[in-house]
Design a protein around this ligand. Structure first.
Ligand code: CU
Length: 340
């Protein structure tokens, strides 16, 4: 059986929902859906009842700086994302994107973070891998329709994952609540003056809709790459199949390209590889001290990040993939068009 949610067919059908308790600490698959006589191919879970009919318009990320104090405001919200031709996913998101918008701060900044939880029913939270905090305090739940503000120091440079840390964490991440925060090093990277173009590239995977059983026992349905705009006008995509094939990145012959990469997971590792070049300079987790040279493939554990830099020496189309090619067949590929 194909694992594929036909979302359009499901809305309005009287079928069981995957219930999330009000305190968000337990998922319970109350009944199994009978798929024997329907056009629906397979579904073992359904949209959480309070989310039915909700598709919240993406809310732009808010970032304001006052010296080294950075005020970041994000939303937790329920927004539909078309993962591929057949799959519309009512994602649990930050700001209506999955992955959420990239957050960029400087080493030494104080982050004043506010989460506006627009979800009508489920608590959410923020776990920034870039900070030191007592998780039960700094990453505490924000209740539906409420706002929570938290203050952190960003004292370690790098390319870090962020995600909702509300239990069960797997469901919140796999349903879309994840993204990347970059903490720029005070003294930069030793190769800063060689770099011509910068992009953020994120890998994540998707499972059967809101289905903890599939998230735990199953294989991902889609493994995808996305990019997030570092500046206005840059391409910004969700993690959908073909996002960076349909909207390729662009560069010129001789450019040194820097990718800030992160593998969200939640479950799979990434073997990040750019076809037709070698990553001359790599900074594991984006820390300038973790400088590696001449890498063909960069291993990224779930949540792991890196800064990778390579030169494109001839015109053409350069694909980047995870070298676990079963995942390429599920969508994990992007493309750079290099012209004279
Ligand atoms: Cu959440």
């Amino acid at each position: 059986m194909k694992k594929q949610i036909k979302f359009g067919l499901l809305v309005g059908l009287s079928i069981p929902v995957l219930l999330v308790s009000a305190c968000g600490d337990q998922l319970e698959n109350t009944e199994k859906l009978d798929t024997t006589d329907k056009n629906i191919e397979t579904v073992s879970a359904q949209v959480f009842a309070p989310h039915e009919g909700i598709n919240q318009e993406p809310v732009p990320l808010e970032v304001e700086r006052d010296g080294t104090d950075v005020f970041v405001k994000m939303t937790a919200q329920i927004t539909d994302i078309q993962l591929d031709n057949d799959t519309l996913y009512k994602a649990w998101t930050f700001n209506g994107e999955a992955p959420g918008p990239v957050v960029v701060v400087n080493e030494g900044d104080t982050i004043h973070f506010t989460l506006d939880n627009m979800d009508p029913a489920v608590p959410h939270s923020m776990d920034f891998h870039a900070v030191h905090t007592a998780p039960n305090v700094g990453f505490a739940n924000v209740m539906p329709h409420e706002e929570g503000t938290f203050v952190y120091q960003a004292n370690s440079p790098g390319v870090f994952m962020y995600h909702c840390g509300t239990e069960p964490v797997l469901a919140h991440i796999a349903n879309g609540m994840h993204g990347v925060i970059i903490v720029k090093p005070t003294d930069g990277y030793p190769t800063d003056n060689e770099v011509d173009k910068e992009f953020v590239i994120i890998q994540n995977e998707w499972y059967d809709y809101n289905d903890m059983g599939d998230m735990i026992e199953g294989e991902p349905n889609q493994v995808v790459f996305s990019t997030k705009a570092l500046e206005p006008g840059q391409v910004n995509t969700n993690g959908t199949v073909g996002a960076l094939i349909d909207t390729p990145l662009e560069a010129k012959v001789g450019d040194k390209i820097r990718f800030y990469i992160n593998n969200i997971g939640p479950n799979e590792i990434s073997s990040f590889h750019v076809i037709g070049t070698i990553m001359e300079d790599v900074y594991i987790d984006g820390h300038p001290a973790n400088h590696q040279k001449g890498m063909q493939t960069v291993g990224l554990p779930a949540s792991g990040g890196a800064v990778v830099e390579f030169v494109v020496k001839e015109p053409g189309e350069y694909k980047f993939v995870t070298h676990q090619f079963e995942h390429v067949e599920k969508g994990a590929a992007g493309k750079i068009i290099v012209t004279e």
